[in-house]
Design a protein around this ligand. Structure first.
Ligand SMILES: [Zn+2]
Length: 103
């Protein structure tokens, strides 16, 4: 009986450890994907973005996400996507393409 109980406890502990490990790995991979990212202006493709000063009338409702930025290139003011550094060139090409199509 005691051996059976020990086996069950070991099984549960192993299961919890694996769950914890998966969660940890997910968090690490998520952070790794985020870190080399840059904020880019969806209008002009500039990466010269400044955080909008808090209290300038655009306080977020949640108070958790003050993610409002202003583009120093064209003055675009909204939410900016974050992309990997290697994606900046492709992103600017995409903007250029869209501009040509709009003409
Ligand atoms: Zn811009």
């Amino acid at each position: 009986m005691a051996a059976w109980l020990a086996y069950a406890i070991t099984l549960i502990i192993t299961f919890l450890a694996i769950c914890l490990l998966i969660r940890l790995l997910r968090r690490l991979s998520g952070r790794a994907a985020y870190l080399p990212g840059v904020r880019i202006c969806p209008r002009c493709g500039s990466t010269d973005i400044s955080p909008r000063s808090p209290g300038s009338g655009g306080a977020s409702l949640t108070g958790v996400l003050p993610d409002r930025y202003v583009c120093n290139g064209c003055g675009y003011l909204d939410l900016f996507p974050t992309i990997g550094r290697e994606g900046v060139v492709a992103f600017r090409k995409e903007i250029e393409k869209r501009r040509k199509n709009a003409r």
